[in-house]
Design a protein around this ligand. Structure first.
Ligand SMILES: [Zn+2]
Length: 264
């Protein structure tokens, strides 16, 4: 093992419910203060569940002192934190940074020239409909049109894919979408899996429009965004809107203007 960097495994798990009835108990591990969904809203909760303990920091070269980041790095981190604070109101990056357990920004590298390879594939779960794939393609296209310097090739084959779309009939808990990411020690996202359910937790079939909203939210996670505290944003845990807000767009643009990685 070269030990050049450590691979951190985290799961960004999302829960999305098309809620006609809001009597259901929705478990949330974060953020704790999700508002109660209004009837007919799309409700989601998030669980940040590391699959394994956080990986150790990269091993310093022989002879070096195993201290924290160097002075130059600390200055860079401080500048990034300053820019995040300055974006408060325009973006929600500062909000989820404050709630973050690992104080780390994650995002893809600039992938304009070499698009991220996504395997959409046919779904085999019961109630899967070919139109769902169109809804997912729409969501990727919507984010790309926002100006984020990442392109996605949705025609990649399975063997070469960096991102996979998966389908299941239902989740065991209250969710209809989930995004799992891996990133390297620099905070650059390396792979992703987005899983969609074909039925909501109450057993109702997901409509194509439901899948569009779930996909828009999950692709936001795939880009590296976390939840917004504002219900006007698609990245709000309980999605109430069906398109990106200006804050969704600005949050993604600012995220891609900053260096990923640890901030402390
Ligand atoms: Zn989410």
């Amino acid at each position: 093992m070269a030990g050049r960097f450590s691979l951190n495994w985290f799961a960004v798990a999302s829960v999305l419910i098309v809620a006609a009835i809001v009597a259901d108990i929705v478990r949330r591990t974060w953020p704790a203060a999700d508002p109660v969904a209004a009837p007919a809203s799309v409700q989601e909760s998030l669980a940040v569940t590391p699959d394994s303990p956080p990986a150790p920091r990269p091993v310093p070269a022989a002879g070096s002192v195993a201290a924290g980041p160097g002075y130059i790095e600390q200055l860079a981190h401080a500048e990034t934190r300053r820019r995040l604070r300055a974006s408060a109101g325009i973006t929600y990056l500062n909000d989820f940074l404050a709630a973050s357990t690992d104080s780390m920004l994650h995002r893809w590298n600039n992938r304009i020239a070499s698009p991220v390879r996504v395997y959409v594939g046919p779904g085999r779960a019961a109630n899967y409909q070919p139109e769902y794939a169109d809804a997912i393609r729409w969501a990727f296209a919507r984010w790309m049109s926002a100006g984020v310097p990442v392109r996605f090739d949705l025609d990649a084959d399975s063997a070469a894919a960096e991102v996979r779309i998966r389908w299941r009939v239902q989740f065991d808990i209250d969710r209809t979408g989930q995004t799992d990411l891996t990133w390297n020690g620099d905070g650059h996202i390396e792979t992703g899996v987005i899983t969609f359910a074909t039925f909501d937790p109450q057993g109702r079939p997901m409509t194509t429009d439901d899948i569009r909203v779930v996909a828009l939210h999950e692709v936001g996670h795939l880009l590296g965004l976390d939840h917004s505290p504002d219900s006007a944003d698609v990245m709000f845990p309980v999605s109430r809107v069906r398109d990106l807000s200006e804050r969704d767009v600005q949050s993604a643009l600012v995220l891609y203007a900053l260096a990923p990685g640890p901030l402390r």
